[in-house]
Design a protein around this ligand. Structure first.
Ligand SMILES: [Zn+2]
Length: 597
């Protein structure tokens, strides 16, 4: 079939993006193309045992088909993609175009899946996203005569049926950005300012999004459906250079490697927007670069800036300056402005500098900006971290005075994970506290954000919903991974056991290194009657996250592919559970806003 369609190599001018200047874009194999996008070193494409293409970057290998959300492109072998596109043949492309423009059912083809959800028209051209059997995605344009140039120059194009042109574009971050800004703005992530929403952590990336879209559609809520923090994500450049993960020590918990999902900021955005283009529904969603933590010391702010650079396409930036807030100052309990200035002056200088940095990167593209002070440094008494109404008002006013366009603040409201609030009789007090904070914030047009909502029971979530009248932002993350583990345990227990053993090993290592919490979790398991591996055990609940993106001493992922090569039926079950869970949460926290459909 390939020979029936003559291939025309085009020689496009370098893109205007400085990263592409000097880069040849004409049918570059992915390795050169990816190399051209950054200082990634030489990458080699090799065919693995399964016949799938594996990308090798120096000493590490990635099979993007089963290790998604790492590379900042969904097209990693453009040559192979083009061969497949050509092999599909002219009659199919013509009938697909016909089906899209007339709204009829799309014809099926064994070598490609066309997504109606991505369909766009521009001038005489029809555009859509296509997935190929090797899991790569590309954009296809079918154009009469000269075509449209809103995606830049195609990687390949060919004449079909006389004057009709079939063109293929790589689904890389720049082209995806053009697609959702120029062709389908309704399908891209957007800043939503004061729109109540869930923040849905994407630890399981492509495995979770179909369930998220379904929940958003069925229950009619908005969400930052692309969301992970600095702890959960890597920078692409670090993964490809096989740099070891940065290690944090979480007070009481133990050592914690950054980037534990294995995904990168760049790759998560690419994979998430591609999934939004695939769905037939119309999610209103954003992308949150969560908990961009600024540590004390000279490197803190530079690291935060490189995270922001990697997350430049995101629409929501959460700045966590807890580490710089001066809790030690005697001022911290004080209600007077002078005390608060002292407590926050250095932290606000940092917020100022980072917000200027984001503004420079985003130009005239709107973004949401959150200040998060919800977490208490390990060496500070938890009570000293509770945010007061006066403090919140001070922050809102001071941020405005400095010209910083803050949209959200995550206060510390004293929620402790796993605590039985009803039993303690503290729910009414919690509700009052949140109501006061919400009134203070909304007076200045700032929305409250509630983090770590995962372990909160329905009655506590309803307290948040009532106290804010549904006008809030509510973040989740680990629970969607736990639900994955539960589905895995039910459907593929042998696969779950690998995860279980790795988790136990991690907890035991931290316990022997002195973590009292790890030791306590292990005692609960070992002294309990039920020793069978299960996601119900507390030790799994707290220590399972690290396995997914775990890398060995050479920077190679150890387990990641095992989470993405399961049978289709497993993912269907997972999506059902996700949909159920998210609708329940949305009902509890957003119901009063009337934002639910
Ligand atoms: Zn937080």
């Amino acid at each position: 079939m390939t020979s029936q369609i003559p291939s025309i190599n085009i020689d496009p001018a370098p893109r205007t993006n400085p990263r592409f200047i000097g880069a040849r874009r004409s049918l570059l194999p992915a390795r050169e193309w990816i190399t051209a996008q950054g200082p990634l070193g030489a990458a080699l494409a090799i065919v693995g045992l399964t016949g799938m293409l594996i990308m090798r970057f120096g000493q590490i290998e990635i099979d993007p088909a089963v290790s998604p959300a790492i590379l900042d492109t969904a097209t990693w072998d453009a040559e192979r993609a083009w061969r497949t596109i050509c092999s599909v043949g002219e009659p199919y492309w013509c009938s697909a175009r016909q089906a899209l423009t007339s709204g009829c059912a799309l014809p099926a083809h064994e070598s490609c899946t066309v997504f109606r959800g991505s369909y766009a028209r521009h001038g005489q051209s029809v555009f859509f996203l296509v997935q190929l059997p090797d899991s790569q995605c590309v954009f296809v344009e079918i154009a009469a005569e000269c075509g449209s140039n809103c995606l830049g120059k195609p990687l390949q194009m060919v004449c079909i049926g006389g004057v009709i042109i079939l063109a293929m574009y790589g689904a890389d971050s720049i082209t995806i950005g053009r697609y959702v800004s120029c062709l389908r703005p309704d399908k891209g992530p957007t800043a939503m300012g004061g729109v109540p929403r869930l923040g849905i952590g994407s630890r399981m990336t492509t495995a979770v999004w179909p369930g998220v879209w379904r929940a958003m559609d069925r229950c009619g809520f908005c969400a930052n459906a692309i969301q992970n923090s600095v702890r959960e994500l890597n920078l692409l450049v670090d993964v490809l250079a096989a740099r070891p993960a940065r290690n944090n020590y979480l007070y009481g918990f133990g050592a914690l490697e950054e980037g534990h999902t294995g995904s990168t900021f760049e790759g998560l955005w690419v994979a998430g927007v591609i999934e939004a283009l695939k769905t037939d529904t119309h999610p209103k969603y954003g992308a949150d670069a969560d908990h961009i933590t600024v540590r004390r010391g000279p490197d803190g702010i530079n690291r935060a800036k490189s995270v922001i650079d990697a997350a430049r396409n995101y629409t929501f930036f959460t700045l966590d300056v807890s580490d710089i807030v001066d809790y030690g100052a005697e001022a911290c309990f004080s209600a007077d402005a002078r005390g608060l200035v002292h407590k926050y002056s250095q932290a606000l200088d940092v917020v100022d500098e980072l917000s200027t940095h984001i503004n420079r990167l985003k130009g005239d593209v709107a973004f949401d900006l959150e200040l998060s002070i919800d977490e208490c440094p390990g060496d500070v008494d938890a009570f000293a971290c509770l945010t007061t109404e006066i403090e919140l008002t001070f922050l809102a006013l001071e941020l405005r005075r400095r010209g910083i366009g803050i949209t959200h603040i995550a206060p510390n409201v004293g929620i402790v994970k796993g605590q039985d609030y009803a039993g303690l009789g503290v729910l009414p007090r919690l509700e009052n506290r949140i109501k006061g904070l919400c009134d203070a914030a909304s007076e200045h047009g700032v929305m409250l954000d509630f983090h770590s909502g995962d372990d909160l029971r329905s009655d506590v979530r309803q307290v948040i919903g009532r106290a804010t009248k549904g006008w809030n932002h509510f973040k989740l993350s680990p629970s969607l991974q736990i639900i994955f583990a539960e589905a895995l345990y039910d459907l593929h227990p042998e696969r779950f056991e690998v995860w279980w053993h790795d988790t136990l090993e991690y907890a035991r290592r931290e316990a022997s290194a002195g973590s009292e919490f790890a030791a306590q979790c292990l005692r609960l398991y070992e002294d309990g009657g039920d020793r069978a591996p299960s996601p119900r055990h507390t030790v799994f609940h707290h220590y399972c996250f690290a396995s997914v993106g775990k890398r060995d001493a050479n920077g190679q992922f150890v387990h990641r592919e095992r989470f993405y090569d399961l049978p289709v039926g497993f993912y269907r079950e997972y999506h059902d559970r996700i949909e159920l869970f998210l609708c329940e949460v949305a009902q509890d926290v957003l119901c009063d806003a009337g934002g639910l459909g």
